[in-house]
Ligand binder design. Structure first.
Ligand SMILES: Cc1cc2nc3c(=O)[nH]c(=O)nc-3n(C[C@H](O)[C@H](O)[C@H](O)COP(=O)(O)OP(=O)(O)OC[C@H]3O[C@@H](n4cnc5c(N)ncnc54)[C@H](O)[C@@H]3O)c2cc1C
Length: 449
């Protein structure tokens, strides 16, 4: 790369990537827990996709019963540390808190959950649940992201022999490799992996199903299979200059940032991020925190249509990210290295089939933004070529696996699926729900309940 952002002093990186929401002290946790009204209809619990009994775990914090609090949380969700730190709580549990309607600050549910779960790990993960006796059946789990982990934990406690096959060297899926370090570090994700392993789950890393092990062999080996393979790479922009040095995919860039050797991560001085979803915001704020002088987000629609959450947008603006709305990249300019991006101004036309107004180019509105790095963040492709190689599996038009939404069973009765590979990319908490409920679908299928 030609222009590299100047290196920051190492303590500056630590500062830039420090916790967005620092932990509670004991006193502040108890004080916050005591504010909870223990509502009779718990709107927060309904708003949580995993339906954690939030008012009960908070009540237990207020009485000093921290292990009981952790147990209440784990009864619904096997990756609660990740969820506590990375869930979009403003639009889920905290967004539903009755204090909002009173014009007062919502209970800080995410930070309280973090307090209970960090205490649980600090205490060395004491056993909270009884394991059912072994039932002689085995299940193969493909992928160790939150969907695979949740399914594995639940099945292991139900008495199944569980093996996770993970293509990556380091497990945890996007919890380990994707979520911004100022929300959570890799170590947090790895603690959740260790907890699942402590239930007797066998984790085999660097095993790519479909390559290292054939799907047919996996189907012969296990009584049932759960697919929690997530999504794939960012798609191509399909414009000229995309092959130039300095054009990178958002996931590759973010994965490097998650290694935490921040001084060694390449970042330009002037960076353009293409797209305006949550991943684009992460890539942009991470580039800025690595020392980029100017970071632009280029998006072909307006702020109204962008898929990034409001709080992510606010964070980006606070970090000084400049937004170019109604702007579409036309070509990347450079000679071996990126030197700029030529863009077209857009206006909004008629709504498309999803009801979103279509961007329409404005003729002769070209302009160039000088940049030395471009990060492509226009979503993730599905793993449709791997998935369509699996016998009898059916995929929807977007390439997501079609499942029964109660049992998570696919069209192949022996195969179940959950997480991003069935929903096209949602949140960790949705993957955690799917994995847990798929385990019950598998149990129903194998025990002929
Ligand atoms: C950059 C980024 C930031 C995000 N930030 C947040 C956030 O702040 N909060 C939030 O709630 N959500 C966030 N998400 C979304 C969240 O990470 C995902 O919804 C969630 O991780 C999906 O879980 P999963 O288990 O379905 O898949 P993944 O987490 O993607 O895990 C899939 C696993 O399967 C493995 N695998 C794939 N194919 C094979 C194979 N053939 N054989 C073996 N193993 C295989 C992969 O290596 C991977 O480990 C973010 C997503 C991205 C991309």
């Amino acid at each position: 790369m030609k222009n590299i952002a100047s290196k920051l002093p190492s303590e500056q990186y630590e500062k830039n990537f420090s916790d967005l929401h620092p932990p509670f002290t004991q006193n502040s946790a108890v004080a916050e827990a005591n504010r909870c009204l223990y509502c009779y209809d718990s709107p927060c619990m309904k708003a949580c996709p995993t339906h954690i009994d939030i008012s009960t775990f908070i009540k237990k914090i207020s009485t000093g019963n921290l292990l009981g609090s952790a147990k209440t949380i784990y009864e619904s969700n096997w990756v609660p540390l990740t969820c506590a730190k990375a869930c979009p709580v403003d639009v889920l549990c905290e967004g539903a808190c009755v204090y909002n309607a009173k014009g007062e600050k919502a209970i800080e549910i995410g930070r309280l959950q973090r307090y209970a779960i960090e205490n649980y790990f600090d205490k060395g993960m004491p056993a909270l649940f009884h394991k059912a006796p072994k039932n002689g059946k085995s299940v193969g789990i493909v992928g160790s992201g939150p969907a695979g982990l949740a399914c594995s934990a639940e099945l292991a406690l139900l008495g199944y022999e569980v093996t996770i096959y993970e293509a990556n060297k380091i497990p945890g899926g996007l919890n380990t490799w994707g979520i911004a370090p100022y929300k959570m570090r890799r170590e947090d994700s790895l603690k959740e992996v260790e907890l699942v392993k402590s239930f007797g789950v066998d984790l085999k890393t660097e095993v790519m199903i479909g390559k290292t092990v054939k799907v047919d062999d996996l189907l012969k080996k296990h009584d049932a299979i759960f697919l929690g393979v997530g999504l794939g790479e960012s798609p191509q922009l399909s414009i000229s200059g995309e092959e130039l040095s300095g054009v990178v995919g958002a996931l590759d860039f973010i994965e490097k940032v998650k290694t935490e050797n921040w001084e060694n991560v390449h970042v330009g001085k002037k960076v353009a991020v293409i797209g305006a979803g949550n991943t684009s915001i992460d890539a942009a704020t991470e580039a800025k925190r690595l020392g980029a002088e100017q970071v632009f987000i280029i998006y072909r629609r307006s702020d109204v249509e962008m898929s990034a959450y409001e709080f992510e947008y606010e964070l980006a603006k606070k970090d000084g990210i400049v937004f170019h709305f109604l702007t579409s990249p036309k070509r990347i300019i450079g000679n071996s290295f990126v030197e700029g991006i030529e863009c077209l101004k857009m206006k909004l036309g008629e709504p498309d089939i999803h009801g979103r107004r279509k961007p329409v180019p404005i003729l002769r509105s070209e302009f160039t933004i000088p940049v030395d790095m471009i990060i492509k963040a226009i979503g993730q492709e599905t793993k449709s070529s791997f998935l369509s190689s699996i016998p009898k599996l059916t995929l929807d038009d977007e390439g997501c696996v079609i499942v029964d939404r109660t049992t998570f069973q696919t069209a192949n009765p022996k195969i179940f699926a959950g997480g991003d590979c069935i929903n096209g990319g949602k949140e960790v908490v949705n993957a955690a729900y799917d994995g847990k409920h798929a385990a019950h679908g598998i149990d129903k299928f194998l025990s002929k309940k």
